[in-house]
Design a protein around this ligand. Structure first.
Ligand code: PMP
Length: 403
């Protein structure tokens, strides 16, 4: 039976993620993959989780671990996260935290909370594809956020009005962004805040990679800068989304939002409607494991990824022909390449899978307007150093022959 004519209008905006589709092709053993932006599974603290799950399922704790729980999330874990946020300069209470099923769920709920069809979301050009997907379901328009750009706030409002809505939020991932690996300076964060204030809109701060800094000085989260100015998180408009996916485990789907209580209580209602609460036992296990090993785990992960990043940057320097440029990330998992003008990243991928057997993600999907055809994203998190050398050598050779 065909349902096409019965689907909601939002369905026409919903596309399968090119990356998820691509990941399905990557289990062939001879492919060198720089495609998936996923953590190296060899680094997951499996022993700590094994103990945590065993404890959670033993004796009196077992009933609670297997039971329904609150939509706000595990009290002990919210407490730990509030302490973690304070270390980043975000003074907050556990009541300012809601646990979500990964930060992706937070993006989904924040889209639902703010966007009516026709409203405008300000995003980077490029930006995280998963955010575009989450927001797309709410049928918004996207406008380009450039922290140091000189467009006047009124220009954003006027353009949003022309499209039949208003500007609702700016979405930004200030540390080692997916896909570019780039980090916003303090001045750039301040500009985002100033724009949000001028437009009277929220800032959604995606801190997914925040812990994965390999060199350079940490820059305070936008939320910390706003608290420094306004004195109290409950007076702030910035909404911080965090996750354990890049540090401890993405499979357990544990993330959080840290924001003014008014926002948290609205997200609690959305979560009640969405999935009631995140998996009780996963939160209990995450609470035990963060307390046991978060710092140590982050330190190990940084050491491993730093070496891979260095190796990839050195290989790019050696192997890439004239006309190719790339970012030099201070953390995270990604290097972003701009190919010579006219070279198409998707066509290059097709050729690469056929001959060089190197996978990566064409950059176009990360642009809300479908531009950026001559860009590609490379991830270094899952490849060994020797594989990085070989993969970049093959890719450089392929680019040299033109697409
Ligand atoms: N934000 C960014 C920038 C990401 O790269 C990702 C994962 N790819 C997410 C959010 C979502 O991660 P999770 O839902 O696993 O927390």
């Amino acid at each position: 039976m065909q349902h096409d004519h019965r689907f909601a209008s939002r369905e026409t905006r919903m596309k399968a993620s090119e990356i998820r589709e691509l990941l399905k092709l990557l289990d062939q053993p001879d492919i060198i993959s720089f495609a998936g932006g996923i953590p190296d599974p060899a680094l997951f603290p499996a022993d700590a989780f094994r103990r945590a799950y065993a404890d959670a399922l033993t004796g009196a704790a077992a009933g609670a671990a297997l039971q329904y729980s609150t939509s706000e999330g595990h009290a002990g874990l919210r407490d730990w996260i509030a302490g973690h946020m304070a270390e980043l300069g975000v003074a907050c209470a556990p009541d300012n935290i809601i646990i979500t099923s990964g930060s992706q769920q937070a993006l989904d709920y924040l889209g639902k909370l703010f966007l009516s069809p026709g409203d405008t979301a300000l995003v980077g050009w490029p930006t995280y594809l998963g955010a575009l997907q989450a927001f797309n379901a709410c049928e918004p328009n996207f406008d380009r956020l450039e922290p140091m750009g000189n467009r006047a706030p009124e220009d954003f409002s006027a353009r949003a009005r022309e499209k039949g809505g208003t500007v609702k939020f700016a979405y930004v991932s200030p540390d080692f962004a997916n896909p570019t690996g780039e980090t916003l300076t303090r001045a750039e964060r301040q500009r985002v805040l100033d724009l949000a204030d001028a437009l009277d809109i929220a800032t959604i701060e995606d801190g997914a990679y925040q812990s994965l800094r390999y060199d350079g000085e940490a820059v305070p989260p936008i939320l910390a800068l706003e608290i420094a100015k306004k004195g109290d998180i409950d007076a702030c408009r910035t909404i911080y989304c965090g996750t354990f996916s890049k540090t401890l485990s993405p499979g357990l789907r544990v993330g959080w939002v840290c924001a003014a209580k008014d926002i948290v209580s609205r997200l609690v209602i959305l979560k009640q409607a969405g999935d009631l609460h995140s998996a009780t036992i996963n939160q209990a296990a995450m609470n035990a494991v963060t307390r046991e090993t978060f710092d140590e785990q982050v330190a190990t992960t940084r050491t491993v990824y730093r070496a891979r990043r260095d190796r990839m940057l050195a290989a790019l320097e050696r192997e890439m022909p004239e006309g190719v440029t790339w970012t030099r990330p201070e953390g995270g998992m990604f290097v972003w390449l701009t190919l010579p003008a006219g070279m198409d990243g998707a066509a290059l991928l097709a050729r690469s899978l056929e001959s060089a057997r190197v996978a990566f993600v064409p950059g176009k999907a990360f642009f809300a307007d479908g531009s950026g055809a001559n860009t590609i994203r490379l991830s270094f998190s899952c490849a060994s150093e020797a594989t990085i050398d070989e993969g970049i050598r093959r890719l450089g050779g392929l680019i040299r022959t033109g697409a």
